[in-house]
Design a protein. Sequence first.
Length: 256
Amino acid sequence: MGELRRPFSKAIAVLRWLVDTAHGSYGVREISAAMGAPVTTTHRALCALLQEGLVEKDEANRYALSLEAYRLGLALAPKSPWREVCLPMVRRAARETGETSAFSILDPVRLQRFTAARMESDHAVTVVDRGHWKPLHAGASGLALLAFLDEATQAEVLASRDMARETSQTIIDPLELRDSIATVRTKGYAITRGQRISGVVGIAAPVFYPDGRLLGSMYVSLPEQRFDEHREEPISTVLLACCSAFTRQLSNPLAS
């Protein structure tokens, strides 16, 4: 079994790279260099994915994701247990605030998050915001999650060497982050200015499963020039109400 796991893991790593990073088609050596993996290893992984129909190869021996890979992604999205709840809540938050709203889900193993649903202020819905993994220390959505993790898990995140500045305003000092966490827990929501994207204000609140486990966070983002301190209270009130309704509907789909 151990011998089978390594080729499988390598194939999954290549597939993940194609999903997360690639645009168009790539040669074996391009993929190998980007991933920092041996060419022979990368080639074997691509052959395995090709055999399973998850990638396709053109006449120039360049590889790209196949239609089957896209089909699987589309087929998987509706099967999420929270999808039917999060979309109405994201729409509600965008409608009531007049700003971009989104739902970000936590991976408790990776200790990262990704945006699962987003609605722009012009009411154009994007069900999956490219699915990129994002850190918990940068931005309101991440801080709203970090603040409500248990103390041991918080310490693990704060001790990580992977914390990096995404902008000049990103906080990476563990002591400063602990102060931010305390403020978020007191307020029940997070607010940041330019911590993940320069010039953007984010306000976010946590979403819990009915049993109290942390599921994700809902957030609203807007340009700094459209924000003043008087907007914090009405936006946070909308978010907290949406998050509470989100949790109720997870336990009772007929709840409102």
